[in-house]
Design a protein around this ligand. Structure first.
Ligand SMILES: Cc1cc2nc3c(=O)[nH]c(=O)nc-3n(C[C@H](O)[C@H](O)[C@H](O)COP(=O)(O)OP(=O)(O)OC[C@H]3O[C@@H](n4cnc5c(N)ncnc54)[C@H](O)[C@@H]3O)c2cc1C
Length: 414
């Protein structure tokens, strides 16, 4: 990190750069490293006092870098209809190339399922990796430096103006200012305002990958509990298999975040704890369990198959006392219990907004960006990378890969 005074000193003697990058997130840092490795003179401008604030939060602090095991076509399908835009840049710098990029420079990785993390499972290590590479490649990093405006000469951007009043000159400019989600990390949507002024269209901005707030207050008691491999049914849709993380306001976790795009207030979500069994099969099993443990309490028996905290809630909904002896459970109580085990109901109040959305849906219109090099079709020396573009993927490492891929692509084309 440069101190403010160092920044000012550096600026006085600052040359004209080949590439000026606005935004020190994953997209900007990748572009800076890849470009400086090609012997370009690069300046990376970040308004926070340090780089990569959002990167530190990724994957719950573990940083889900990318998603392995898919073909390029499958990978881009995780970005919906817009995904094909990424095919060209992914051919240049896809999942394998990203993994190789990290390995070659000494960052060890591990794969969990198909999700790729740093071996230390620490996003801080990933950020330190980037900082080391930036230093090694002599990128000029200006922190505490907010870009306020872009100034033009002869229909090209000549320089950017910082809030300090200082100016940075370059031949090419890259906007990598992120989206509007988690504004506390510095992603406050500045890039949209800059490019709108230049004539670019912005596809409507909405929070995406958003936790869901529920009416049920009992979720508070389950805060932090994750249910794996449960069935999740939105209204009358076909259930999907996945995980549910309970929070103090409702539910979250990768499956819920992916589902959130289709969720509206007043929707109902049912969670099936035993999705692989139908209700008759489950009933048979429960009866057998009760018969072979007829003297034990229901709490004792069911805690072997249902997480403890959730069990008291389910028993409560089924009008069964925790200390009830198995042989005393009535048929009516058993039916209620089965109904709850196969479908705990949650009523949606709504989605949490930009403050807690993992990514932004919408952004700089893809129609005005050249997919081969991420160059603006309106301004000759302007490029885009990362979340500021109208691309948002599912949860699972897709969004970071997109940021790295687009950042790298810009670097190869300057
Ligand atoms: C809680 C959370 C967890 C996530 N987990 C994952 C995960 O595990 N895997 C995954 O793939 N994705 C994850 N994401 C999404 C991922 O973090 C983003 O897709 C990614 O950070 C986008 O990178 P970016 O470089 O485009 O933008 P950002 O990371 O938003 O970086 C943009 C930077 O630009 C700076 N900036 C903005 N305006 C200006 C300006 N005017 N002047 C100077 N600097 C400016 C900002 O301060 C910021 O540092 C997560 C997101 C959140 C919020």
């Amino acid at each position: 990190m440069l101190l403010k005074t160092e920044t000012s000193l550096k600026l006085k003697a600052m040359p004209k750069f080949d590439l000026c990058i606005i935004g020190g997130g994953p997209a900007g840092m990748m572009a800076a490293i890849a470009s400086s490795e090609r012997k370009k003179k690069v300046v990376l401008i970040e308004k926070n006092d340090d780089l990569g604030s959002k990167l530190l939060l990724t994957g719950g602090g573990r940083c889900n870098i990318t998603h392995a095991g898919l073909t390029k076509k499958e990978f881009v399908s995780k970005f919906g209809k817009q995904g094909d835009f990424l095919l060209s840049s992914l051919s240049l710098f896809g999942v394998e190339e990203l993994i190789e990029f990290f390995k070659k420079r000494g960052l060890l990785l591990t794969i969990e399922g198909e999700k790729v993390y740093p071996k230390t499972e620490s996003s801080k290590e990933v950020l330190n990796f980037f900082k080391t590479e930036l230093r090694k490649n002599k990128v000029t990093v200006l922190t505490n430096s907010e870009v306020k405006d872009f100034l033009f000469k002869d229909k090209k951007i000549e320089k950017v103006l910082l809030s300090s009043g200082e100016e940075v000159f370059a031949d090419n400019f890259l906007i990598a200012t992120g989206g509007k989600s988690y504004p506390s990390t510095g992603s406050t949507g500045d890039g949209y305002a800059f490019v709108k002024k230049m004539g670019h269209k912005i596809a409507e901005l909405k929070p995406a990958l958003t936790p869901i707030e529920t009416k049920e207050k009992w979720v508070v008691a389950l805060k932090g509990l994750t249910l794996h491999n449960v069935g999740i049914k939105l209204n009358n849709e076909k259930p999907i298999l996945g995980e549910v993380l309970f929070t103090h306001f409702g539910i979250s976790g990768p499956t819920i975040l992916n589902l959130s795009e289709r969720v509206e207030s007043k929707d109902k979500i049912h969670i099936d704890l035993f999705p692989k069994k139908n209700i008759e099969e489950l009933e048979e099993e429960i009866i057998a369990l009760f018969e072979s443990n007829f003297k034990k309490t229901i709490n004792n028996i069911l805690s072997e198959i249902v997480p403890f905290k959730l069990l008291s809630i389910i028993l409560n909904f089924s009008d069964i006392q925790k200390e009830e002896i198995c042989r005393n459970i009535t048929k009516e109580q058993r039916k209620k219990l089965l109904k709850n085990l196969k479908g705990i109901e949650l009523n949606v109040i709504g989605l949490l907004g930009f403050d807690k959305a993992m990514v932004t849906k919408g952004g700089i219109s893809l129609k005005e960006i050249d997919a081969k090099n991420m160059k603006s079709k309106l301004v000759n020396n302007l490029y885009f990378a990362g979340e500021v573009i109208d691309l948002n993927g599912e949860s699972g490492g897709y969004n970071l890969q997109m940021s790295f891929t687009t950042g790298y692509t810009v670097a190869q084309n300057i």
